[in-house]
Structure formats: structure tokens, C-alpha cells
Design a protein around this ligand. Structure first.
Ligand code: EPZ
Length: 418
């Protein structure tokens, strides 16, 4: 077990290079199983979700190796269509490997991923979509068993714009016979990035980002070298850190166009933000004004993955805010931890009601999930005095070199083995 020890109060100054997007790299790793061609993914973050996905690919018989900041994958020797239950539970998003495995083996088996720290996380939309492509699905002893004679293109209307379901159906459809149309598809930038990757290996995918995606089935796929988009959630996390601590921080490879909803809110808070090419500069006086309300929505709405971070910011702004979480059922587990640091915050149903206080007070708090854990780190950096953030393995899932990047801009944070 490891923890962060943080002495709060430093303003943040300097530049941060944003990593490739975790939520782009993961589906692209799953997509690499579709092809026998050599795939190189560049500038990949060293985070545990990526390491676990690489472990799963290896267990499927693929060759998947880190080469510095890159991962090189050769799936030509893949010989297994079952995702080990331990790894499937460790990495929920491995569920979108179903599409690739069915495409490759016409069979797939995975333990029901089940819920996690932030909600129920059903996969009904994934399975309904795959059935529309001709997949027979049975659920037995906690496993999902898939098989099909032939994948056939079809029209699929998603009840809600699920990121994972959209990705799973895309992966299953690229080598299906005929055309697949996904309606009410997720519009996240990571979906567009997956389309770009699939077309780079020879698929025919159009429309990602528009809500309607059209996939013409092809017979063969090749290899490619691919640089995923930058991680908009990491970028947003560092911008909120700078807003909370005060100072002046510049992000490199920031992808400002993918976090405009956050930039809009931070300007409302009173931050000065300048965008030039792929850089974002944020200047904050630290004493900011609350935004009245924030509602998380599917892209391009305010991202649920930045909900905890912006709530921590609202806790030390002048005024009151209401933050409503519309996507996941239990994504406020960090709130009792913020209360230990002096936050005036109450959760009723899916909304957090916040009254701004002057500052957080240092305390010992526990990370319960990836983004909630990151929010506790930001609160500790802005707090008066010393804090400890326990169980930081949750944070390691999605932030590479987190403490190194924060120290490089003046954060007083160290990782300690407990
Ligand atoms: C992806 O999760 C991301 N993960 C999540 O990021 C992100 O929070 C989420 O999209 C929303 O943007 C990856 O990309 C690896 P969804 P996913 O399917 O695909 C409901 C992080 O912190 N739903 O879009 O699981 C579901 O209950 C992670 O980086 C169904 O009802 O999200 C939720 O309410 C956390 N049935 C809503 O859709 C289904 O079959 C959005 O879920 C699938 C989803």
C-alpha cells in the first residue's frame, strides 16, 4: 500500500506535458487484437490500467511489449478468446475486448465486469448491440459467453450514448459483412480517435463525433504506428489544481478543444485562460467565485471524469454551488473525505450542495476511486498544513508520474510506502 504525504499552500508555477489519453489507449489496445499487422502505439502513459490491458492481451496470446514510451503489439499468434476473471474485474473496461475477440475467433468469454467504485456499470447496451450483429450471447455462472457463425452489419440504436458500448460495436463491426450504423453513438473525442486508428489499419469507419457512426465491413486489416490524442481528463485535473492553488501553469499537448466545457466554468470562476496552438495557460489568484451549478453530461457536456475535481474547487470558492452527477450512481464517495478537510458539502440524491469555505485544512483522507482520489490530492495541495492521501493505487490507474509532474510545478508531494 502506498500513500501521498502533501504539505499544502504552495502556488503552482511551470509547465506540464499531458499524457496520451487513457480512455483512448485502452480501446485502441483492444482494437489491435483485430489485426495480424504490427501495431505501435506511441507516447503511452505508464499507468496500471494500461499495464493490465497489456497483461490481458498477453494472456490472449498476443505479443504486447512496452518499448520506452511505446507499446508494440503483434496479435498474429493470439489463440485464446477468454478474458481471465481476475483481470476482467481488475480492469472493467476490458469488456470492450468482446468485440475484437468475436471478430477474430467468432467466440468470446468474459466474467461479468460487475459494478465498481462509481456505480453499477451495466453492459446491457454492449450485449444488445452485439446481438444485432448476429452474436449469440448466454450468461452463465457469472460469465458472458458469446459466439456467432458470421458477423453481419446492422442498424443499432443505443438507448444512451454509452462510450464502451459504442466502442465494442465498432470493434465487432469493422470486419462484419455489410454495413453497420450506430445511432445515438457516444461523441467523445476518444471515439473519434478510435475511428482514426481503425481507418489507419484499413477499416472503413465514418461519422465518429457526430452521434451516427457508419462502418463498412472489410476483409483484411493491416498494421500502423499511432499517436493517441492527449488526455483531456489529465489536462483538466492539472488546470483545476492550478485554479485551486493559485499561480500560473501552462499545459503542453493540452487539446483545449476537448475540454471547452471545463474552460468555460474556470473562466466563470475567475481564472485567466489563454490558448495558443496546443498550449493552455491558466493564471489564478486562488480566491475564486463559485459557479452556481454544474451538471455532468455525455460529451460535449461537462465530463463526469472531472466532476470530483471541480467539486473540490467549488469547496474553496466564494459562494454556493450545486454539482449534479447524471451518469454514475455513486460518484461522490470522496465527499466525506473532503469534509474531513473542512469542506461544507452535502450530497442529496445525485447532487452535491457546496458552500465555499476559505481554505481546506490538512487531514488524512482515503482515495476510493480514480478521479475522487485525484480530487483529494488537489484539495491537499491547496490546504493549509499537512495531509496524507491513502490507497493511492486508485490514482495510479489513470495518472502517470502524477507526483513528479506536480512536484515539477511546485507541489510539495511525496509518495511513501506504508
Ligand atoms: C467510459 O466508461 C470511460 N472509461 C469512463 O472513464 C467515463 O466516465 C465514461 O465513459 C463516461 O464518459 C473508459 O473509456 C475506459 P458509459 P464507460 O458506457 O464506457 C450507462 C475514468 O475515470 N450504461 O459511457 O463504462 C452507465 O451506467 C473512467 O477514466 C448502461 O446503462 O461509460 C452510465 O450511466 C470512469 N448500459 C452511462 O451509460 C451499458 O451497457 C455512461 O456509461 C453501458 C453503459
Amino acid at each position: 500500500m502506498e500513500k501521498y504525504v502533501i504539505n499544502g499552500g504552495n502556488k503552482l508555477y511551470g509547465s506540464v506535458k499531458i499524457q496520451s489519453a487513457k480512455n483512448s489507449v485502452l480501446p485502441i489496445l483492444a482494437a489491435a487484437v483485430l489485426t495480424d499487422g504490427k501495431v505501435t502505439i506511441t507516447n503511452v502513459p505508464h499507468i496500471s490500467d494500461v499495464r493490465n490491458m497489456v497483461k490481458i492481451l498477453t494472456r490472449l496470446g498476443c505479443s504486447a511489449v512496452f518499448d520506452g514510451e511505446n507499446i508494440i503489439i503483434d496479435s498474429s499468434s493470439a489463440d485464446c478468446f477468454e478474458i481471465p476473471s481476475g483481470l476482467a474485474h481488475e480492469l472493467r473496461s476490458s469488456v470492450f475486448l468482446l468485440g475484437s475477440l468475436i471478430s477474430r475467433f467468432k467466440m468470446a468469454k468474459i466474467a461479468f465486469p460487475g459494478g465498481c467504485d462509481i456505480g453499477l456499470r451495466p453492459v446491457d447496451l454492449h450485449l444488445t448491440g452485439l446481438k444485432r450483429l448476429g452474436v449469440e450471447i448466454t450468461e452463465k455462472n457469472g460469465y458472458i459467453l458469446c459466439k456467432c457463425e458470421k458477423l453481419t452489419g446492422n442498424e443499432i440504436m443505443l438507448d444512451c450514448p454509452s462510450v464502451g458500448a459504442t466502442e465494442n460495436i465498432m470493434l465487432a463491426a469493422v470486419k462484419a459483412e455489410g454495413t453497420t450504423v450506430i445511432k445515438n453513438a457516444a461523441r467523445e473525442p476518444e471515439i473519434e480517435d478510435l475511428q482514426k486508428f481503425l481507418n489507419a489499419i484499413g477499416a472503413k469507419v465514418l461519422g465518429a463525433g457526430s452521434g451516427t457512426i457508419v462502418i463498412e465491413g472489410v476483409k483484411t486489416l493491416g498494421g500502423t504506428e499511432f499517436q493517441p490524442i492527449s488526455d483531456r481528463i489529465e489536462a483538466g485535473t492539472f488546470l483545476v489544481a492550478a485554479a485551486m492553488c493559485g499561480g500560473e501553469v501552462q499545459l503542453e499537448c493540452a487539446g483545449a478543444e476537448n475540454i471547452s466545457s471545463l474552460l468555460h466554468k474556470l473562466r466563470e470562476n475567475g481564472c485567466n485562460i489563454h490558448i495558443k496552438n496546443d498550449k493552455i495557460m491558466l493564471e489564478s489568484s486562488r480566491r475564486l467565485t463559485s459557479v452556481k451549478s454544474i451538471e455532468t453530461q455525455p460529451y460535449p457536456g461537462f465530463p463526469t471524469d472531472l466532476q470530483a475535481q471541480i467539486t473540490a474547487l467549488c469547496c474553496i470558492c466564494k459562494g454556493q454551488s450545486i454539482i449534479t452527477e447524471n451518469l454514475f450512481e455513486t460518484r461522490f464517495k470522496y465527499v466525506p473525505e473532503l469534509r474531513k478537510m473542512g469542506a461544507d458539502i452535502t450530497v442529496i440524491d445525485r447532487s452535491a450542495f457546496v458552500r465555499g469555505v476559505d481554505r481546506f485544512k490538512g487531514a488524512t483522507v482515503v482515495a476510493h476511486d480514480l478521479r475522487g482520489g485525484a480530487a483529494l490530492v488537489l484539495a491537499a495541495l491547496a490546504a493549509e498544513g499537512r495531509s496524507e492521501v491513502l490507497d493511492i493505487s486508485h490514482i495510479d490507474r489513470g495518472y502517470g508520474s502524477f507526483e513528479h509532474k506536480l512536484r515539477a510545478i511546485g507541489g510539495d508531494i511525496v509518495r511513501v510506502v506504508v
